[in-house]
Design a protein around this ligand. Sequence first.
Ligand code: ZN
Length: 413
Amino acid sequence: MEGQPPPARPTAHAAPYDVLIRGGDVLDPSQGLRGRRDVAFAWGRVAAVSDPETIDPGDARLVIEATGRLVTPGLIDLHTHVYVGGSELVIPADEVCSASGCTTVVDAGTAGANTMLGLRMLTQGHVRTRVFAFVHISGIGLAGHPHGESRDLLYLDPQLAARCVLSYRGFVLGVKVRQTAALVGENGLEPLRRAVRAAELAEAVIRDRVPVMVHYGSAPAPLSELLSLLRPGDVVTHGFNGGRNGVLDDAGRVDGAAREARKRGVLWDVGHGRGSFSYGVAAACAEQGFWPDTISTDLHSASVNAPVVDMPTTMSKFLSLGMPLEQVVARSTVAPAQFINRALPAPAREPLLGTLQVGAPGDAAVLDLQGGAFAFRDSLGYSWTGPQRLSPVHTILGGRPWGRPYPHPYLIP
Ligand SMILES: [Zn+2]
């Protein structure tokens, strides 16, 4: 987090707004909105989005001056590992999110059916970040890291995973599976088949879609075979990995099976991670117009320091690949929000995340869009420079400033 603490504006009377982000360049793809606006928050929600200088600063308990800075909905990271205590391969959500503009994360299968209760308790009681989860088709989740959780099919019980989806409906969005040869041993694509089976079992009960997220990279079968098992609404993560059976064919063209899967409604996610993002693969895909649907980090203990760092850094890498800023922000806010909303029980399906619409939860990011020459690194150790970088300045969660430096006075609505 950069910059100075936002100036406090103590007032003698009760102000109608808790926080006012003043004069920023608001970019909210959910509303097709780009331009200078004031954004005010009250009661934990977005209370007003107005032309600049139309809201009296005296009407807010705290004013954040954002002239020259980008203001977006709170960033949403579809692939993280935040289950502290559930595996070694995790990071505390609040530690990273509070300083990176990220307000919602999805834990991608750190917990299996046997360990989901712990993740739920942790995120309900001890974490401010909005957290959702995929349940791993392996009942042990990633507790056995670094050993492959899908080497023994006894752990992969579709009934247990389906029960977990149903028990934690609204928190567990779907079923996760890792299809890397080293993690599945001799089991080929059977883990994915079981993940899809678990999703179908749950779907039969709730009569609604339950998505599967498949991690692939050096998969034990050709990409076309893996993708043929996926249904519309399922998501492929580590979409630009540099392993065997990847998105590019031998001639360096985007595999026809990937384009066909996308046409059917299968989503392509980044899931950068320590070993799953190749600049060469992503650049070839970009040249051929094959962009990710969602930008995510795969943040965990082994990826956070380098090469991932955080959401803005991952977004910056796509800027460097030529993706327009509006698209980069859309795929880090409204696109993952739509995925989450679709997976929530019907009564909860308000367009609540990934937007600065009035009435939405008061989640926002203030970012510096810097120009210059910035060094980036991929998961294979390749380095390149890009002309722009998004740098996080402030995170607003639930209408309150978040992270360091702590704002003063710390707001308690
Ligand atoms: Zn992961």
